[in-house]
Write a protein that binds this ligand. Structure first.
Ligand SMILES: C[S@@+](CC[C@H](N)C(=O)[O-])C[C@H]1O[C@@H](n2cnc3c(N)ncnc32)[C@H](O)[C@@H]1O
Length: 256
């Protein structure tokens, strides 16, 4: 009996520690499913790309730190940037390359790209996954040319963010279980101060999924799980909100 239980356990999905990057390998098939485990990353990518203006010069470069499978790519189409994505997860980079991203396997705390090479640096849903997030900020600012733009979004280091993004969201189909380690969430004031130290005046605003769209999306998911029939509908939009206590975006220009 014990052998059967052990065999069953060994064939089930492996349980990894919170924030273990190998989770992205196990979830590799989810990246580009619009209603899959990474659905919210699609909504956030659209909102992040909206912060990026069309490029004003030929050969403009956008460096996407922690690019994952390149979900930002379709939202940058027509803006005139060469999209370079840096990530530690190979299985995600293969998919990013298929979506036109020029990929570099590497750690966002030590990026193998030259100083001042980027017109835009993006760090979407990355900082809250990196224990040494100030090093990612230093790298992002190093990569930016003077006048270049930093855009990012992350989760705040607050009790409310831990409640909403971990305890609640991980029970819904919006966020995979165990993907976040709440101890890594990023204090908004510390982030602004760190960016300032590296010459970027970061302005923050709170963001959240639009409630009606989120409820309709969750109902569609519940219906699909019950009936096996998937129906299409509009993805929830990410909208600004007054509080930065849970999820927030940052946008800032490098001085110099
Ligand atoms: C939540 S996903 C976000 C992916 C993408 N930015 C998006 O919004 O779709 C976090 C990504 O960060 C990557 N990552 C985690 N730690 C990293 C590090 N130190 N350097 C580079 N990438 C990292 C993971 O492999 C994963 O692809």
């Amino acid at each position: 009996m014990r052998d059967v239980a052990a065999a069953a356990a060994s064939t089930g999905p492996r349980v990894l520690p919170r924030n273990d990057p190998r989770q992205y390998d196990d979830l590799a098939g989810e990246w580009w499913r619009p209603d899959g485990a990474f659905a919210m990353l699609h909504w956030l990518a659209a909102a992040r790309a909206a912060l990026v203006p069309p490029s004003t010069r030929p050969d403009a470069l956008l460096v996407d730190l922690g690019c994952g499978a390149g979900l930002l790519a379709p939202h940058l189409a027509g803006k005139g940037y060469r999209h370079v994505g840096v990530d530690v997860t190979r299985s995600a980079l293969f998919q990013a390359a298929e979506h036109g991203v020029c990929v570099v396997q590497g750690d966002a705390t030590a990026v193998p790209l030259p100083d001042g090479c980027a017109d835009v640096v993006s760090a979407g849903e990355l900082l809250e996954h990196v224990p040494a997030w100030p090093r990612v900020v230093a790298e992002a600012c190093r990569l930016l040319r003077p006048g270049g733009l930093l855009v990012l979004d992350t989760l705040n280091d607050t009790a409310l963010a831990r409640l909403v993004a971990v305890r609640i969201a991980e029970r819904l189909p919006t966020v995979p279980r165990g993907i976040h380690d709440p101890r890594l969430f990023v204090d908004a004031r510390a982030l602004v101060a760190e960016c300032a130290r590296h010459g970027v005046d970061l302005r923050l605003r709170g963001i959240r999924p639009q409630v009606g769209g989120l409820v309709a999306w969750l109902l569609r998911r519940v219906r699909a799980a019950r009936t096996g029939v998937t129906s299409t509908g509009r993805a929830p939009r990410i909208v600004p909100t007054r509080s930065t206590a849970v999820l927030y975006q940052g946008r800032g220009v490098r001085s110099g």
